[in-house]
Design a binder for this molecule. Sequence first.
Ligand code: AMP
Length: 294
Amino acid sequence: MEVTHTFAATRDLYEGRIGLLPTMGYFHEGHLSLMDLLRRECDTMVVSNFVNPTQFDQSADLDSYPRDIDRDSALAEEHGVDIHFVPEVPEIYPPGSSTEVTVGKVALGMEGKHRPSHFVGVATVVAKLFAGLRPDIAVFGKKDAQQIAVLKGMVTDLRFPVEIVSGPLVREPDGLALSSRNVRLGAEERERALAISRGLFQAAMQIDAGERDGDRLEATVSRSISRLDADYVELVAAETMEPIAALDRPAVLAVAAYVGEVRLIDNLSIEWVDGTPAPDRGLILEEPSRLSAK
Ligand code: AMP
C-alpha cells in the first residue's frame, strides 16, 4: 500500500478500474465493510482520509474529531487498500479558493436544516475528490442516508462520470450505529445512546406488523429518545428526502440527537419488496466493535 498526499502522485499509481472510498478517518468496522465491498468492484482502491473543515459548523466538533493516521494506514492495508490518500488542507483548498458546490432541495431538511453549511461542505469536498482522483466508482455508507441522496443528485446534475454505490449501515451487537464519534461517549452516555437504535427497531417491528402512519412511527422513536436532546425524528421519502405522512414508498426514518456533547445520527432505511415495506436494520456485528469504542 502507498500513502500519498497529492492528487497527481495518487493518479501516477493507477491501474485499471479506480474505486474511491472518501472518509474522515479514525476507521471502524463501518469503514472496513465499505473497503471490503469496494475491493470486489475495482482494480485500484483509493481510500481518502481528510477531516474536511468546511463540513463542520461547530469548531469544537472539528477540534475534537478523533485522528490517527498510522492506525488508519495499518487497517487500510489489512483490508486491501492500494492507496491511502492523506491530503493536507491546501491540496483540497488551494490558497484563495472560493468555489463551492450549491446543493438542492434534497439538502434542505434534517441535517441540512440543523447544520446549514454541512452539505455544501460535503458536496464541495467530494466534487474536489472526484475531479482530482477521477474514480470510476465511489462508495458511501447508508449510515448517512441524506448524504447519499445529496451526492447522487450532485453526480447526476453535474454529470460526474462516476458510479455511486451504497453499503450497509454497520451496528454494534446491541444496535448502536458505529461512528467515529462513539469513542467520545462515556459509559453512561453510551448506555443512553442505545435509545436511538432501540426506537428505530421498535418502529421496524411496527412496520412489519402493518403500521403505515408517519406520525405514529416518529412518535415511537421520539418516545424512546425522550431522555436525549433530539434535533429531529423524521420519516422522509428515500428519493427526495422530503417528509411523508404515510409509509407508501421507499423511505428513511431518520434521527439526530445529542447524547451529552456528542451528536449522533442514525436511520432505518425502508426498502420496498413485492409492494411491501421492508425495514433494513443494517449489518449487526457479532462481536463488539474493537475500533469504535474506548
Ligand atoms: P466518515 O469517515 O464518518 O465521514 O464516513 C466515511 C464513510 O463511511 C461514509 O460514506 C459514511 O456513511 C460511512 N460510514 C460511517 N459510519 C458507518 C456505519 N456505521 N456503517 C456504514 N457506513 C458508515
